[in-house]
Design a protein around this ligand. Structure first.
Ligand code: NAD
Length: 333
């Protein structure tokens, strides 16, 4: 590969990665950030875990109202809670929606975030925030929302249900693939994306076969970290633009939508070999295939294609074909 001139921003962040790290290192990492009053952000699914992990730590309160795409009202309430609790640190324990809630509070309060992810979404390594107001999602980039520290602990993902494991792992793989043609694509993020894709493609069949396979969980979480880094560095390409449109307009689940759309974008932009490899993985791990199974009505296909064309540089006929195939579950060949 010839190396073309490039620009790349390195984001300052401390990462602690390892099985058991959340239990053994969380206290020391909170201390390292100089925190005495921690506001814990954890949705219902991760609340018991969050209570266990923080039992002996200086907790000033819990934010339980975690919802996908972060409604602005919920962000405002969480921020008020941070102020009245006198919090000096936001500790997010959960998936991308939890990290997103902490980011929304950091955006207006300037409080630092320590993130402990429990899915493969990758939000914890990006300075990108998202908020929804009156049904419209706005996203932006601000270094204030980039977590100062991330603790990656594959043990926390052992209980992630198979359906979410597969979808979230493919969401991470989409970051690796889409970063190849993203606006800030560069050789460093391409290298991260290749290693991330290797780890994800090794680990996903293992964790689909046995969700308690710690070595497989470790591969997938490591892959998800690199995937998030490549996405943060290179930016988002055609795939993310399409998923953003679909998720926003039809309220589809984030990770599953990415999983369904990915082969169709790879068929348009990637090589035949890469597509063959991806389709073999989809077979092996029982990946979701159809937007209709996620709740998108057939009557929305035409409108969705028009919205995609407004957001992404592809011809209307190609967008219509892509959305219809993704809706019906007809895989590209
Ligand atoms: P999510 O956080 O909404 O979690 C999905 C479901 O899984 C929820 O019901 C949650 O409670 C449950 N869950 C999470 N961890 C679990 C675990 N270990 N065991 C059992 N259940 C668990 O979904 P997600 O896919 O992680 O994140 C999606 C959100 O993150 C979207 O809003 C997306 O826009 C955002 N996101 C943002 C960025 C960014 O850079 N800003 C990047 C990726 C995703």
């Amino acid at each position: 590969m010839s190396i073309v001139p490039f620009e790349r921003q390195t984001n300052g962040q401390r990462v602690v990665f390892g099985a058991g790290a959340a239990r053994s290192r969380l206290g020391a990492e909170i201390e390292r950030l100089g925190s005495k009053r921690v506001l814990v952000v954890a949705g219902p699914a991760s609340r018991p875990l969050a209570e266990e992990l923080t039992a002996r730590l200086p907790v000033a309160g819990f934010v339980a109202d975690v919802r996908m795409h972060v409604p602005i009202e919920a962000a405002g309430r969480a921020r008020d809670q941070a102020v009245s609790a006198g919090a000096d640190l936001l500790l997010s324990i959960g998936g991308g929606s939890t990290t997103g809630t902490a980011k929304a509070v950091a955006l207006t309060s300037g409080l630092p975030i320590l993130a402990v992810p429990t899915t493969y979404a990758g939000s914890e390594v990006t300075p990108v925030w998202g908020l929804t107001e009156a049904g419209r999602k706005t996203t932006g980039t601000d270094p204030l929302v980039l977590p100062r520290t991330v603790i990656y602990d594959p043990e926390l993902t052992l209980g992630l249900p198979d359906e979410l494991t597969v979808a979230s792992g493919l969401n991470a793989l989409a970051h690796c693939i889409d970063s190849q043609w993203a606006p800030r694509a560069n050789p460093v993020d391409t290298a991260l994306a290749h290693e991330g894709a290797r780890a994800l493609m090794t680990g996903l069949p293992l964790v689909h076969a046995d969700g308690k396979d710690l070595a497989g969980r470790t591969q997938v979480l490591y892959g998800a970290y690199l995937a998030g880094l490549s996405f943060a560095g290179a930016g988002s390409g055609l795939h993310h633009k399409i998923c953003h449109v679909l998720g926003g307009a039809y309220n589809l689940p984030h990770a599953q939508t990415h999983a369904v759309v990915l082969p169709h974008v790879l068929a348009l932009k990637g090589t035949a070999d890469a597509l063959t490899e991806l389709l073999a993985l989809y077979d092996a791990i029982g990946a979701p295939r159809a937007l209709r199974d996620l709740g998108m009505p057939e009557s929305a296909v035409g409108e969705a294609a028009r919205l995609v064309v407004e957001a992404a540089p592809i011809p209307l006929a190609a967008a219509e074909q892509l959305i219809h195939d993704a809706w019906s579950g007809r895989l590209p060949s």
